[in-house]
Ligand binder design. Structure first.
Ligand code: ASP
Length: 445
């Protein structure tokens, strides 16, 4: 197989072409054409990915839990998973905090620019603030109440309720463990087949990935640039230092924390990990949604990194909803940047509050594009920084969202490999060409 026939290269080529086309379209005034004829393919691609998420989590998690044979193992794995997720998120926030305090990007923003940006984004800020207020007004136990659905069909009808689907699947799986094998085996086999079917749909969808990614990136550039590409250049040059600190912190977390975890706590080679997970990372970057990327993350962890389904089917869906290292790291930098730009001094206590609230806010962030900035408002509120400050960073948020989502997905995969190793469920990694998505024309091929 030639290099350009490999999936991740095809996706990279799709991304580069999408970016180039987007810039060309914004310069030539092809916005309407792009919105009418190019963007819909990206929407179709994301819809296909989202379509797979609920059936995949449901079938693989029920089979995974049912095959555990004892419930103690599940609770041990659950406790460990949540602890590692929270720990890595706290590390990510701390990295962000250290970097933003070291570089102080907010101090370099001239006050006229602060005022201009605030004025131009005021309406959007108001809308986001009211969403954040709703999230904040809920009682302390509301997140736990939200995890338990009152109706299964309603829970599986909305991808945002993934945690509810996870709970239902775990309940079903535990109930199956308690049945006689002669009875439970039939249902488990059936779900296993259903799971394989869903995985084939993931494969078929991945054939479209290069085109989907092209369309998504073209659409992002055209919508951010509007009818003036120089707008992006202006924004990036004004907020370049802030973007640099966010990107640098994310790179540190992805390039140091995860590699340390993989290298010192698992037998996996770093290159194997990053090669195996690359298509999921590229997809996370292009879709800005760790929820939409979940089917591919699961497939790569199982097929290419050798994680047993028992672990991946539990750890990954949970991670895509509660583990957002990239988001938390970005929230820490963004909150401090806004405080610095608006001349508010943060005490040591405020910094600790940021660690605590950013970890919780990232847990509560939905795995969709742009959700992180809504939860950022909760962090701002906690340290007494006016929420209008997010106007400063809204313009570049879409681009940073792509990067933080990539880190979120990488974090989920790294923790999954770690937990799999600890549970004795990490097999041989398979990075051969045979793992490229296969499309068979008939059953006999
Ligand atoms: N887009 C991110 C995700 O899906 C969430 C965020 O906005 O930070 O992981």
């Amino acid at each position: 197989m030639k290099w350009y026939q490999k999936l991740h290269w095809k996706i990279i080529i799709g991304m580069v072409l999408g970016l180039s086309y987007g810039i060309l379209a914004a310069t030539m005034g092809w916005q309407q054409f792009t919105l009418d004829w190019i963007s819909p393919w990206g929407v179709i691609f994301i819809n296909l990915l989202k379509l797979i998420a609920v059936p995949l989590v449901l079938t693989s998690l029920i089979v995974g839990v049912a095959s555990l044979s004892d419930i103690k193992k599940l609770s041990r794995m659950g406790g460990k998973t949540i602890a590692v997720y929270l720990f890595t998120t706290a590390v990510a926030v701390s990295i962000g905090l250290i970097m933003v305090n070291l570089f102080q990007p907010g101090k370099s923003i001239p006050s006229e620019l602060t005022n201009k940006l605030k004025a131009s984004y005021q309406e959007t800020v108001d809308a986001k603030a009211s969403n954040a207020k709703k999230a904040q007004d809920r009682g302390p136990l509301q997140p736990i109440i939200d995890m338990v659905p009152e109706n299964f069909i309603a829970a599986s009808a909305n991808n945002r309720n993934m945690l509810q689907v996870v709970i239902v699947a775990i309940l079903f799986g535990i109930a199956l463990i308690q049945l006689d094998n002669s009875k439970s085996d039939q249902l488990v086999n059936l779900l296993d087949i259903a799971n394989e079917v869903v995985l084939r749909v993931v494969d078929m969808t991945m054939f479209l990935a290069p085109y989907g990614v092209f369309s998504l990136l073209a659409n992002t550039i055209v919508s951010v640039a509007g009818d003036d590409v120089s707008q992006i250049v202006d924004l990036i040059s004004a907020l370049g230092f802030y973007c640099f600190v966010v990107v640098f912190s994310l790179l540190l977390h992805a390039g140091v924390t995860f590699p340390v975890m993989i290298k010192f706590f698992t037998p996996m080679k770093l290159s194997t990990f990053f090669k195996g997970i690359a298509p999921a990372q590229l997809l996370a970057f292009s879709t800005s949604s760790s929820g939409a990327t979940l089917p591919v993350t699961m497939e790569r962890c199982e097929k290419n990194l050798g994680v047993e389904e028992e672990v991946s089917s539990f750890v990954l869906p949970l991670g895509s909803t509660i583990n957002m290292d990239g988001t938390a790291c970005y929230q820490a930098v963004a909150a401090c940047f806004i405080a610095q730009a608006t001349g508010i001094d943060l005490t040591f206590g405020d910094q600790l509050t940021i660690i605590f609230t950013a970890v919780l806010a990232s847990v509560g962030t939905v795995a969709i594009p742009g959700a992180g900035i809504i939860m950022l408002l909760i962090v701002l509120e906690a340290i007494g920084v006016p929420s209008a400050g997010i106007a400063l960073i809204l313009g570049v948020d879409r681009i940073l969202d792509m990067l933080r989502t990539t880190v979120n997905v990488t974090g989920d995969a790294a923790v999954t490999v770690l937990i799999a190793h600890q549970e004795g469920q990490l097999g041989e990694a398979q990075l051969s060409d045979a793992d490229e998505p296969q499309f068979r024309m008939s059953r006999d091929e």
